[in-house]
Every structure is written in structure tokens, then in C-alpha cells.
Design a binder for this molecule. Structure first.
Ligand code: ADP
Length: 298
């Protein structure tokens, strides 16, 4: 649905309502003119007015519902445009960067450290590209409902440690820390939980500028497992805390945004958690930053 179609709908709606009231008015006038002073007529006028009012009400409710779904569609299509804008850029940038790194390595006389540095950067770009493509594929699988849960029992603490180690190795910095008091076992789809953690840690690092520590934590009690990712970044304003989980949603304006992304990461997190009958919320971290918390009932 584009803006022009929406405008045509609004104009038609106003026309239909005005026309309906106009006809109703004329019908009442006509009935009174045909046989004035009869009590039968006044009953009929009341009937026309009553039925007209019910019909008008139904018409208005219908128009209001359609208007709501039009607005939803327009917002989604705006987010979709933003997505295309950022995704084409996102897919091209790592490829162009990798080409440059490899060209520099092959064409120039570089020291071992310099080549290693460039290769490391190329690997980082590759991983980012891989995650991006994974996210697009997962979003489309979720949309088409072809992603099935494959539950197994595994150590959540070990998985968290594995995810943290992988990020730290890639960055060559001990930025991702683990907070877990005991070994927690979970029955869930391991691949999905790993994707959830990857997306949350990636965001935490991205938005906090890879300068302050990011913590993956897990708490265990008899009825549920609670885990999440905390960062010390800029945090998220209260008014965006729900909408960020919507598909393609990114805070701010695409033309001036400096952070890379697709708006799919948190949508995938929310959907995968929902598949486990769990909940995900965005809380404030103290003193600042976000705390994305997931709770899965045992
Ligand atoms: P993106 O690809 O833009 O990161 P996401 O769906 O992962 O898409 O996140 C949606 C939006 O939520 C982001 O554009 C960003 O504005 C905000 N966001 C997500 N995680 C964080 C975080 N840890 N700190 C601050 N803002 C965040």
C-alpha cells in the first residue's frame, strides 16, 4: 500500500460518510413531506434515525479499522525501504573492504605483522557478512514458519562461555565477560539460543563502541532460567523499548545513521525466544546501558 492509495481511501471514506448523512437527512424530510402530522410518520422517522445511526457507527468502526491497518502497512513499508537501503550498503561494504585488504597484501611488500593485521580485519568483515546473511535467512525462515525447534539438553553456562570466548578471540580483547554462579542445564534448541546470544552480544558491542565490558549472565531457579546481556552503552529510551523488537525497526534516521545493521537482530531474538515460550525484555542497566533479559520457564 502506498501513500497515494491511502489518500484515495481517506477521500472516499469522507465522501461515503457525508453522502450517507445527506441521504438520511433527505429521507427523513421526504417521509415528513409525504404525510405530515401522522404519528405513523414520526415513528418511521425515529426508525430511520435509529437504523441510520447504527449503520453509521458500523461504517465508522470499519473505516477506523482499515485506517489502522493502512498505517501499520505504511510504517512497515517505510521500515522495509530502510532495510533495503542499509542491507545493500551492509553487504557491499565488507566485500569492498576485503577486496582492498587482499589487494594490499598481494601488491605491497608488507611485514608479517602488517599482513596479519589485514587478514584479521578481513576475517572480521567476513564474519559480519556471514552473520548478516544468517539473520536475513533466519528472518525469512521464521516468517515462513519453516524453522522448527530441535530441543536437546545442554549446559547453558558452557554455551555462554563459548560465545564469549569466540567474540573475545575475534576482537583480541577480553570485553565479553560471563557471570554465572553454577552450571545451568537447559532443554532448548541450542542453535537458536546461540543465535539469540550472538545477536545480543553483537548489538551490545556495536552500540557501546567496544570500549566497556559486556556481560552475559545467567540465573537459575527451580521454575525458570533467566539469562541476558548487559552493556554500558548509551541505553535505549523508554519509548523505543517495545518497538525495537519489530521487524526492520532501527532507532533514528537511516540517512544519518553511523551504526551498521539491518533491524532484524532483535526481531529474530524475540521470535526465537517466543518459540521457546519465553519472554524477552529490554531493561536499563546500572549505571547506564541496556540489559536484555530473557526468561524461559522450565
Ligand atoms: P540493528 O541491525 O539496527 O542493530 P536490531 O534489531 O538488532 O537492529 O536492533 C534494533 C535497534 O535497537 C537498533 O537499531 C538500535 O537502535 C537499538 N539497539 C539494539 N541493541 C542496543 C543496545 N545494546 N544499545 C543501544 N541500542 C540498541
Amino acid at each position: 500500500m502506498n501513500k497515494r492509495t491511502a489518500l484515495i481511501f481517506y477521500i472516499l471514506s469522507v465522501y461515503v460518510v457525508v453522502q450517507f448523512i445527506w441521504w438520511g437527512y433527505h429521507l427523513i424530510e421526504l417521509t415528513s413531506e409525504v404525510s405530515a402530522q401522522s404519528t405513523h410518520v414520526s415513528k418511521r422517522v425515529i426508525m430511520i434515525m435509529g437504523e441510520g445511526a447504527v449503520f453509521l457507527l458500523l461504517l465508522l468502526v470499519g473505516i477506523w479499522q482499515i485506517r489502522r491497518s493502512i498505517r501499520k502497512e505504511l510504517k512497515l513499508s517505510e521500515r522495509q525501504n530502510n532495510f533495503l537501503l542499509s542491507v545493500t550498503h551492509e553487504l557491499k561494504t565488507p566485500l569492498a573492504a576485503n577486496k582492498l585488504y587482499l589487494q594490499t597484501i598481494t601488491k605491497r611488500e608488507l611485514s608479517k605483522e602488517q599482513s596479519e593485521d589485514l587478514l584479521k580485519k578481513a576475517i572480521e568483515e567476513n564474519i559480519r557478512l556471514e552473520r548478516m546473511i544468517d539473520n536475513i535467512l533466519n528472518a525469512s525462515r521464521l516468517e515462513n514458519k519453516v524453522l522448527k525447534l530441535e530441543k536437546e539438553s545442554f549446559s547453558m553456562t558452557a554455551l555462554i562461555q563459548q560465545v564469549a570466548t569466540r567474540f573475545n578471540t575475534i576482537m583480541d580483547k577480553e570485553l565479553v565477560l560471563v557471570e554465572s554462579s553454577e552450571d545451568v542445564e537447559i532443554v532448548a534448541d541450542k542453535f537458536m539460543i546461540e543465535t539469540v546470544l550472538n545477536n545480543l552480544v553483537e548489538n551490545a558491542l556495536k552500540y557501546s563502541g567496544k570500549e566497556s565490558p559486556v556481560i552475559i549472565y545467567i540465573e537459575n531457579d527451580v521454575s525458570a532460567i533467566t539469562f541476558g546481556v548487559k552493556d554500558n552503552g548509551p541505553g535505549i529510551d523508554k519509548k523505543f523499548k517495545d518497538i525495537i523488537f519489530k521487524k526492520f525497526y532501527r532507532i533514528g534516521n537511516e540517512e544519518v545513521r553511523t551504526q551498521k545493521g539491518s533491524g532484524l537482530g532483535l526481531f529474530i531474538v524475540a521470535e526465537l525466544v517466543r518459540k521457546h515460550n519465553g519472554t524477552v525484555v529490554c531493561l536499563d542497566n546500572t549505571p547506564k546501558g541496556t540489559n536484555f533479559q530473557i526468561r524461559i520457564v522450565r
